[in-house]
Design a protein around this ligand. Structure first.
Ligand code: HEC
Ligand code: HEC
Ligand code: HEC
Ligand code: HEC
Ligand code: HEC
Ligand code: HEC
Ligand code: HEC
Ligand code: HEC
Length: 279
């Protein structure tokens, strides 16, 4: 041990002597020495911290703390899963799993209910009430998938609790989807939350009644020119006050100059036809 150190110590002595003698060639700049000291301190510090902070069982089974497996297994489960509920609430499970809400778990609405499942009479889960719990998923948000059923809170039967009209476990709307939305539901849902919500499909599409029976044989018309949108939006036009029973005079229809706005492109080159401001 001592012998193996002799060589480097000798070299260090020679180097210090060299420095004293002012030998330019072998001199190490002071900055480098200072940097070296800092690196050494940091390195030793990191080594010590690693010793102190890395948990004992880290790495035993893989790149994680092996004892975490047991620690997590000891936690009390808070959620039971809908399969648990089926034992005592078969009617609710049956209703939900064959409805629009089949992908929504019982406990998404009722909160964690494992305690309840093991002690049903003493511990009751939450009973969601009012509008807030439903709006968490159904209020309009641009980031939800296109065609997801959404509503604009202030416009959709305001104030009343959602469960006054919808059964939470089978929320099929009280009036079943019909007419155009029966087949064009994604378009209908986009339109329902757009500025064009008050406009009936047939304001823009003249649809022969046969289209609903033989859709491919009897195709409805589509607007094909800018002037069509201009009937309501041109600064020079007088928009209809009422269209298909909808009072348009309550809306502040935004106006543009049909001649200059958007060049000669058709409007739906830039505005989505069923959600003009991509709302
Ligand atoms: C072992 C049987 C059992 C299981 C399992 C069970 N429940 Fe219940 N649950 C009951 C009983 C019994 C009641 C009725 C208590 C009463 O009427 O006082 C009840 C009532 C409820 C209520 C109404 C509470 C109220 O305030 O009226 C909800 C909500 C509920 N359960 C949800 C669930 C959910 C969700 C699950 C699955 C995670 C579940 N239950 C699992 C037996 C069970
Ligand atoms: C979309 C939210 C939602 C989901 C999902 C849901 N519930 Fe409910 N549940 C409610 C609401 C809201 C009420 C209160 C009903 C009311 O006030 O009319 C309720 C009431 C209940 C009640 C007690 C009242 C009654 O109608 O007898 C039970 C029991 C219950 N739910 C069980 C379940 C079970 C079991 C599941 C899963 C199969 C489930 N719920 C899934 C929202 C939900
Ligand atoms: C955790 C999210 C979530 C919550 C909370 C929730 N829903 Fe839903 N809802 C969904 C999903 C997912 C669908 C199915 C969407 C689909 O079919 O594309 C749906 C579908 C619906 C539909 C059917 C729309 C249609 O296509 O005609 C109605 C109505 C509805 N929910 C009402 C409610 C009501 C009322 C509540 C509150 C009691 C509620 N939802 C709470 C996720 C939720
Ligand atoms: C006064 C009764 C009533 C109330 C209260 C009500 N709804 Fe509706 N809801 C309806 C009817 C009727 C429809 C189907 C026709 C329509 O789209 O307006 C519907 C449709 C829906 C749809 C489907 C929309 C689509 O585009 O497919 C959703 C989602 C919905 N409601 C959620 C809710 C939520 C969430 C609440 C509470 C914040 C609520 N509703 C309150 C009556 C009601
Ligand atoms: C029975 C289902 C069904 C109903 C109801 C229905 N459609 Fe259609 N619609 C279709 C199908 C399928 C197509 C595709 C036809 C094709 O591409 O050959 C279509 C195509 C269209 C087109 C596009 C035509 C084109 O040239 O691209 C429009 C516009 C349209 N439908 C509007 C409506 C309107 C408005 C209503 C309500 C009055 C309605 N549809 C009701 C099934 C339906
Ligand atoms: C403000 C006018 C307007 C309203 C309201 C409207 N549409 Fe359209 N629709 C258009 C225009 C514009 C086009 C695109 C024409 C083109 O691309 O050549 C279109 C295209 C379509 C197409 C062809 C496929 C596509 O997505 O481009 C279908 C299907 C359709 N509409 C169905 C409907 C249904 C169903 C409704 C009612 C829920 C509806 N439209 C309401 C203006 C409207
Ligand atoms: C029957 C009348 C009518 C027709 C036809 C019509 N719109 Fe609209 N438009 C409206 C109304 C009503 C509004 C909503 C005003 C409000 O929200 O107060 C609107 C709003 C808009 C907006 C503004 C959105 C915003 O956020 O301010 C745009 C863009 C638009 N429409 C584009 C079009 C295009 C493109 C067409 C042709 C495919 C068209 N409109 C056809 C009545 C019409
Ligand atoms: C070349 C793309 C383009 C075309 C084509 C186009 N627009 Fe626009 N439009 C825009 C842009 C960008 C805005 C928002 C900025 C602005 O106000 O100029 C807008 C805004 C609007 C607004 C809202 C104005 C306001 O004051 O809020 C309406 C309404 C509108 N457009 C209707 C139309 C109609 C109707 C047509 C067809 C005649 C059309 N647009 C064609 C790009 C276009």
């Amino acid at each position: 041990m001592i012998e193996s150190l002799a060589k480097p110590v000798k070299a260090l002595r020679a180097w210090i002597r060299g420095r004293r003698a002012g030998s330019r060639r072998r001199r190490i700049p002071t900055q480098l020495i200072q940097l070296g000291v800092i690196f050494a301190v940091v390195g030793v510090g990191m080594f010590l911290m690693r010793q102190k902070f890395v948990p004992d069982t880290f790495g035993d089974l893989g790149h994680y703390r092996a004892a975490a497996v047991a620690a997590n297994a000891e936690l009390e489960p808070r959620y039971a899963g809908w399969q648990e509920c089926a034992m005592c609430h078969p009617d609710k499970v049956e209703a939900k799993n064959s409805s629009f809400h089949r992908t929504v778990s019982c406990e998404s609405c009722h909160g964690p209910a494992n305690d309840h499942a093991s002690n049903p009479m003493q511990l009751k889960p939450e009973l969601p009430a009012g509008r807030e719990p439903c709006l968490a998923c159904h209020s309009y948000l641009a980031s939800r998938p296109t065609g997801f059923p959404q509503i604009i809170e202030e416009r959709h039967n305001p104030v009343r609790a959602c469960t006054g009209c919808h059964d939470a476990h089978d929320p099929t709307p009280p009036e079943s989807i019909q007419e155009c939305s029966a087949c064009h539901n994604t378009i209908a849902r986009s339109k329902a939350v757009s500025p064009h919500a008050p406009l009936d499909c047939e304001v823009c599409h003249e649809a022969p009644p046969e289209h609903k029976v033989q859709p491919r044989a009897h195709v409805p018309k589509k607007p094909f020119e800018r002037e069509f949108c201009g009937t309501c939006h041109d600064r020079r036009a007088r928009p209809p006050e009422e269209i298909r029973g909808v009072d348009l005079s309550v809306y502040e229809i935004p106006r543009i100059d049909l001649v200059t706005h958007g060049g000669t492109f058709v409007c739906w080159q830039c505005h989505y036809q069923h959600s003009p401001e991509a709302r």
